[in-house]
Every structure is written in structure tokens, then in C-alpha cells.
Design a protein around this ligand. Sequence first.
Ligand code: SF4
Length: 297
Amino acid sequence: MKFQTCSIVVGGLRCNGKCPYCVSLMTPLMEPFAVKPADIDKRNFAIACELAKMSQVTTVVFTGKGEPTLYPKLISAYLRLIDENGYRIPIRELQTNGIAIYQDWGKYRKFLATWKKRWLSTIAISCAHYEDEKNRRIFQPDGDYLNLTELIEILHGAGYSVRLSAIMVKGLLDNLDEIKNLVNFAKENRVEQLTIRPLGKPANSRNPEACEWIDKHITSPSLVEEIFAFLNAEVAAKRAKLLLNLVHGAVVYDLWGQNFCLTNCLTSSPNPDEVRQLIFSGRNLYFDWSSLAAKIF
Ligand code: SF4
């Protein structure tokens, strides 16, 4: 089996976002979670690191079934353990909605400085649009949310690369002009990587409400075709260049000088020799988000 990334589920289900399409609410729980450093099964984590090492995994992704930044001490503990296990996985990323970092910068400044020393290099911010008010309606309909431009600036100032991970939702990023605006927004804000993906749901969801919302807000499949046609035209006009074809159909372009990745929500590969990721839940190790049967130990 080959693994490309190692995802670490940081903490439990707590989240300061309220996304109606939350994939965490749809995929199976991987309990018991580690919600504090003492909960981490260090033996199992050492084995996971060794397996990652043998598979030549280059990327570790701190993610969550909730919001990982609500468990900052856990992120510190995992980074320390990776180094203590002697596996210096070089690319280390954190996926976040960015809300806690933005709203409580005084507290998170210190954590981000510590994590940077332990090679965390990229902060991937989830978003559904480039306009804050539209994102707020998705992420924090009852709250203040954040200013995306300012958050990107703060993270750049702290020495991090920023990836915007945008999801295409009907009424928001649902047409080519909006995608182009997003690319321009990323470029203006010197965002290192921009990833867009259509809204998706697992085959077996445990949350009918989220599924219903997704069914109503999924963008037309023709939008992806339209984006590809646009990219091909830009390549022909030498305003874009295909940089990388990743497995599972993800493609990375240089579009107008902006890194631009179009991907889908797949997490597993039917090829038995090519498994996309290891997932460490805090106690156990899996290779697929969508099934508890995808357990290694
Ligand atoms: S920020 Fe992530 S975990 Fe939180 S509600 Fe949104 S999708 Fe779910």
C-alpha cells in the first residue's frame, strides 16, 4: 500500500463554524478522539509515523472532525511527537476555518510562532467565497466571522504560506465569472495556493439534513466542464500552464501567475496499491474517511 499524506484528526467534534454542508457531520465518527495531549495513543502514533516513513509520505495535514485550532495544545503535541519519532515529514499543513486565529490573534500568535519552528508551513483556510459577508452566512451566520484579506495578511506576517480552499456552492461560487473573481482575489492577496472543489457528500451519510442542503446547493456538473474549457483556452493563449496532474483527477495550473487547483472530494482510491492517505484519529489509524471499516489498527 502507498500513502501520499498523513492526516491527523486534531481533537473532537467542537467547532466554531456552522457550515450547513459540514462533511464531518456526514462521515463516520472515529471515536474515541484525543482531545488533550495526554489522550494521544503514543504507541499507535509512533507506528503511524513509521508507516508514513516507509510509504515516503511527504505531507502531514492537521485537520479535524471539528475545528483543529480549538485544540492548539494538541497541535503542538503532535508536532513535537513527529519530531521525537525521528520522522521529519517535511511538508506540514493546518486546515482551519481561520475564525479562532483571527478573532483571538493575541492567543494564537504564540502558537503559530511555536508551530512554525516545528516546520508547520502552510495554513489552508476553508472558504465559500471571497466576500466576507457571503462567507459569514455559511460559516458563522450568528457571529462576526472574519476579514479574509486581513487574516491572509496576518498569516503572511507570521511567516506562513496560505492556501484558500474554496467550495463551490450554488448562489456563491457557482459560475465562471465568480471563479475568475476568486482567482483575482487570491492573486491580489498573494495567496500561494488556491484550491476549488465542488460541494460533495459521501455515499453513506449519517446526516440527512446536511445531505438535503447539499442536494439543493450543489453546483451544476457542467460548471466543472466550463472551468476546464476555460483553462484549456487560457493554456492555448499562453495565459495558463498545466503544472501537475495529481491522482484522483486533481489538476494544478499556473493561471495568470496564480497557483490554481481544481479537485474533487474523493478520499479513497480503488487501486489497492495506491491508498491516498493515512488518517490518525488520536487513537486509531484509518485509510478512508468514509468508512470505519477502513481501519488499519
Ligand atoms: S468549519 Fe469545518 S468542521 Fe466546522 S462546521 Fe464548517 S465544515 Fe464543519
